[in-house]
Write a protein that binds this ligand. Structure first.
Ligand code: FAD
Length: 492
């Protein structure tokens, strides 16, 4: 059979490997780390388990599809539950808001807490749905860079309605037009961070994201987020995909503008008919393809934000918290100016706490909770991270202690830290960005690198730094797009 090599076992690399196997390729995945999953990994320490990266699971249908494509029963590998509560929101003025998954309940609760009617909220969700329905198949499910995409019916439909997509406005402006209450504007502005962007810059079309959360729901995988990686890895193994860990790929071998295979760090050369890179596109060009011409404009796109995470083992239970919790900053504009202009962190960042032990009691010792405490920060450009970490820890502890009415530092018995430097070194993500390039302008979708090479035959790209973008669902879709492209290229 024909041979395919996948460089990296991030979630997109796993999805691509499974789909290419199902197309009849013999697939070999090379992974620099000792474990699969890249950003989607886990750690165990002193009785606590923590998911290291992603914590919000949406659109599980894209995981399901891989099992259907492989003719396996998903329930033999992977189970997940829908959440009734999407997120708990806390504001410095004492406001607390529980976002329910049920749209009517969300709107009703919002009308009790904020200066808004339930109808204003549901009409926002309706428009959000409309935007998604008009554009999903165009922006997410196909290669944006092949002519056939531009000629499809969906494209024509989307372009005809371009006014209502709010592409020329920012997310913040769209939300300000809809809502009076600054607390509610902040809540809906937050969706810009789902792809590492700023609400004051990202186009208004991003207001489709709340629809994904409300309509398709949010989910929790049994055993934690890492079970997404584990189950796809197990599926790939059962199908017969080969994995080699702790093995870094040094170069993609190209002859006469055709990808021929790879060279490993130990000089070993491995031939292949198709090469797929799941490595971030910037280092893919800078290292694996250093002798080839690079698409400079694409590679210079500003990156999405990164994260600073404290994994805290907390010896106390907080009934007012759930799986996802947000503690808003007082000045959202300032927070994003710091991240994207000053490349620094404000003294009052919005704090996100994820607690998987709310669902999986084994993730923390009895009467304790495993807190994943995250703030959005700029990408790594050589800032003094040790100082930023110290200052941010103090600010976060003060903020959470104030709002929750406890002395939090006395309750922390375990601490691990992940920052932009370590995200970069552990996954090769350029600047440690979470979602590849940012969506801080309206052309971002078109400026992401395509899933194939325009110059080199048999070379493809998947993962959060290329089309259609970052986050688990989009990464899984990139694996689908790559395997469809390879199928079509094979036919020619
Ligand atoms: P990555 O996970 O980046 O993995 C790439 C892999 O390739 C790595 O394992 C790396 O070791 C390997 N590799 C790279 N170069 C080489 C080489 N030369 N040779 C061999 N191997 C190589 N998404 C969500 O959907 N929901 C969330 O809530 C969410 N929150 C996040 C929070 C954090 C803290 C982080 C870090 C990310 C978050 N994301 C979230 C984003 C999501 O994790 C990523 O978009 C996604 O996991 C990226 O997958 P990927 O396939 O692009 O590869």
């Amino acid at each position: 059979s024909k041979k395919a090599i996948v460089i990296g076992s991030g979630i997109a690399g796993l999805a691509t490997a499974i789909r290419l196997h199902n197309q009849g390729f013999g697939v070999h995945v090379f992974e620099a780390n000792a474990y699969p999953g890249g950003k989607l990994s886990e750690i165990y320490t002193k009785g606590y388990r923590f998911d290291c990266g992603p914590s919000l699971f949406t659109m599980p249908q894209f995981v399901e599809e891989l099992f259907v494509d492989s003719k396996k029963k998903i329930s033999d590998y992977f189970k997940y539950k829908r959440k009734d509560i999407v997120c708990n929101y806390f504001y410095e003025d004492g406001t607390r808001f529980t976002a329910f998954a049920d749209e009517a309940k969300f709107a009703e609760t919002a009308s009790q807490v904020f200066d808004v009617s339930a109808k204003e909220v549901t009409s926002y969700f309706d428009r959000s749905k409309h935007k998604y329905d008009l554009t999903a198949s165009l922006f997410l499910e196909k290669s944006l860079h092949k002519l056939s995409t531009y000629l499809s019916k969906d494209t024509v439909k989307a372009i005809a309605r371009i006014g209502m997509l709010d592409i020329n406005s920012t997310l913040h402006k769209v939300n300000t037009k809809q809502y009076k209450d600054p607390r509610l504007i902040q809540l809906f502005d937050r969706f810009a961070t789902y792809n590492g962007s700023s609400p004051y810059q990202t186009p208004g079309i991003m207001s489709m994201i709340p629809h994904l959360e409300q309509y398709y729901g949010t989910f929790f995988p049994e055993g934690g987020m890492y079970n997404i990686t584990k189950s796809l890895y197990q599926l790939a193994l059962d199908l017969g995909v080969t994995f080699t860990f702790e093995t870094k790929v040094r170069q993609i071998i190209v002859k006469n503008k055709i990808a021929k295979g790879i060279m490993l760090d130990n000089d070993e050369v491995i031939d292949a008919d198709v090469v797929v890179s799941n490595m971030d596109i910037v280092p893919t060009y800078k290292t694996l393809l250093r002798d080839q011409e690079a698409p400079q404009k694409t590679l210079k796109q500003p990156r999405s934000s990164s994260a600073l995470i404290f994994y805290w083992g907390v010896k106390h239970k907080f009934p007012e918290l759930d799986l996802h919790n947000i503690f808003f900053s007082q000045d959202y504009k300032k927070e994003f100016d710091f991240i994207f202009s000053k490349k620094d962190v404000t003294n009052d960042p919005t704090v996100y706490i994820n607690i998987t032990s709310k669902n999986e009691t084994n993730d923390a010792p009895e009467n304790c909770e495993n807190w994943f405490v995250m703030i959005n920060v700029p990408g790594n450009q050589g800032q003094d991270w040790d100082t930023i970490i110290e200052t941010s820890r103090t600010n976060i502890l003060q903020k959470l202690s104030r709002i929750l009415g406890v002395e939090l530092k006395d309750l922390i018995e375990v601490e691990e830290i992940l920052d932009p430097r370590t995200i970069e070194s552990k996954t090769q993500s350029y600047q440690g960005s979470l979602y590849g390039s940012s969506s801080n302008n309206k052309y971002a979708a078109f400026l992401r690198h395509p899933n194939f090479s325009r110059k080199i035959k048999n070379l493809y790209f998947c993962g959060g730094s290329v089309h259609p973008g970052g986050g688990i669902p989009l990464c899984l879709l990139s694996g689908k797009i790559v395997s469809d492209l390879i199928k079509n290229d094979k036919k020619r």
